[in-house]
Design a protein around this ligand. Sequence first.
Ligand code: MN
Length: 171
Amino acid sequence: MPLFTVQKHKATTLHYDFRLEIDGVLKSWAIPKGPSIDPAVKRLAVQVDDHDLDYATFEGVIEEGQYGAGPVIVWDTGIVNFKSQISDLRSDLKKGRLEFELDGKKLKGAFGLFRLKNQEKNWLLMKKKDAHAGKGGEIVAERPESALSDQTIEGIENLYREGKIKPYRCG
Ligand code: MN
């Protein structure tokens, strides 16, 4: 089963990196406001570079001077079930239409990710109506903690400032 991960990342600006395993890599979108479970809310998701699969569980601090410098936690992770056959996902990506169900610790049920017309990188993430949808509220504010540890972005930042964790060097 392919995996998904959502990393909360405090770089120059705070955002959530939404990543789906497709074709052996993590296809990635940066969502400034983070995902919502309210079907009335659509969230801008800007497609960014693919990441290696082993980055899915990374929590820590990206070293200063590196691209994306700052703390990262795994805000949610689990498995993703695509509506299309795996073999059709490449064409779905080209068409700018992905529909899937998430089974994470926080995000569950049906979601869609749709590229905006005549745009290259700008997509919208939206929750579909189902038993896991919720009205109002912000799940990112209500559940700020890591899905893998009890860490928060602020907790990681403090540990880093106190010299208790070493920075991570990408590539
Ligand atoms: Mn990021």
